[in-house]
Design a protein around this ligand. Structure first.
Ligand code: ADP
Ligand code: MG
Length: 342
């Protein structure tokens, strides 16, 4: 495990030597959107009701179902509907990457994205344009339906982290492409991707498909870095050439990652790449110092170039000299100017 003095303060942990090497020639870094490029603390910013319903109806129906969910979007809805009388629901089941279903007062209820509504044949009750406007603003649109009818829409925003844009720009400046991966719908993802300047937006990816996305880029001959925090990122982190676990994420993510970024700062990816490049350059320099000294001094001492020779004492000095230079050069690593390392 490698962590320089400053690296450790910074909270960058490089767990193996091959990760150090691989991090120096990444072609593309994939960031998971939620919780990595964004704060992962979504908030309800708008509620719209279908004809004949009120905003409170929409929240009460959604809250009743989402009470049984662990999803961050569910937390946002529950937070917003605090103090409100939720409509009782039971038989809650998650629908991977789309939302959830439950029985609300005996009627089949749904909460989730547009794909879920389409799959279940829910009539969008003339709210398509409203949904598109919300998604175009980078919000996640949660559709709330019961008895096959749409009750309304809940727009949820997850603010981007303050250093996300700078991290993307810094990686691109170093010749590394940046991709964003999310289960969120395309319009929302495109909007956030554009805002951050990412090269490639991979949207509407089901949790189980994340690994496939990494493989697809590797199949193009690219060295792929993957940055994530969630439990469903673990296989993708393992598949990537370098897996970065961000923040105090899950234990599983920490285990499967090659590099652990203790703080939840996407810019630490830039710092980790920079640190790897400087470290590797040092290692190569040191190899030459050590080898060079011995290769030159040894034959001289052995009399190969007689009458030009050096005494064994001088050769011995040279040998310790080479070790000294190697050690001193390694220490200079601490002074190296790596962007993002403070
Ligand atoms: P991500 O973590 O990238 O958002 P998920 O697979 O967790 O991906 O979710 C994908 C999409 O499915 C969400 O953007 C949302 O539209 C919908 N979804 C999933 N779970 C819920 C839920 N409990 N309530 C509402 N929508 C949900
Ligand atoms: Mg997720």
């Amino acid at each position: 495990m490698i962590g320089t003095g400053r690296g450790a303060q910074n909270g960058i942990l490089i767990k193996n030597a091959s990760a150090l090497e691989n991090a120096t020639h990444l072609d593309v870094v994939i960031f998971d959107k939620t919780g990595t490029l964004t704060l992962g603390k979504p908030e309800v910013v708008e509620v719209a009701a279908a004809a004949g319903r009120t905003e409170d109806d929409v929240l009460a129906l959604a809250a009743g179902m989402e009470q049984h969910s662990e999803h961050p979007l569910a937390h946002a809805i529950l937070e917003r509907s605090k103090g409100m009388q939720a409509l009782p629901a039971d038989g809650f089941t998650n629908i991977d990457g789309m939302g959830a279903r439950a029985r609300s007062e005996g009627e089949p209820g749904l909460v989730g994205n547009r794909r879920l509504m389409d799959a279940e044949g829910v009539d969008l009750a003339g709210m398509e344009e409203m949904a598109e406007r919300m998604a175009g603003g980078g919000r996640t649109v949660v559709h709330v339906a019961r008895g096959g009818r749409l009750w309304g829409l809940i727009a949820i925003a997850d603010a981007v982290r303050p250093t996300s844009e700078a991290a993307v720009a810094a990686l691109k400046k170093r010749g590394v492409d940046v991709a964003m991966l999310t289960g969120d719908n395309r319009a929302t993802a495109e909007r956030i991707g554009r805002e951050l300047g990412v090269t490639l937006v991979l949207a509407e990816v089901l949790p189980g498909q994340k690994t496939e996305q990494v493989k697809a880029l590797q199949a193009q001959g690219k060295k792929v870095g993957m940055v994530g925090d969630g439990i469903n990122d673990a296989p993708a982190l393992t598949q990537a050439d370098v897996g970065f676990a961000i923040g105090a994420g899950t234990d599983v993510a920490m285990e499967s990652a090659d590099v652990v970024l203790m703080r939840s700062d996407p810019f630490d990816v830039v710092a980790a790449v920079g640190l790897s490049r400087v470290t590797l350059r040092k290692m190569h320099q040191n190899l030459w110092w050590a080898v060079g000294y011995n290769v030159i001094a040894f034959p001289f001492a052995a009399g190969v170039f007689y009458p030009l020779t050096i005494s064994p004492e001088v050769a011995a000095l040279a040998m310790s000299g080479s070790s000294l230079i190697v050690a001193a050069n390694a220490l200079l690593l601490k002074r190296a100017n790596v962007e993002g390392l403070k």
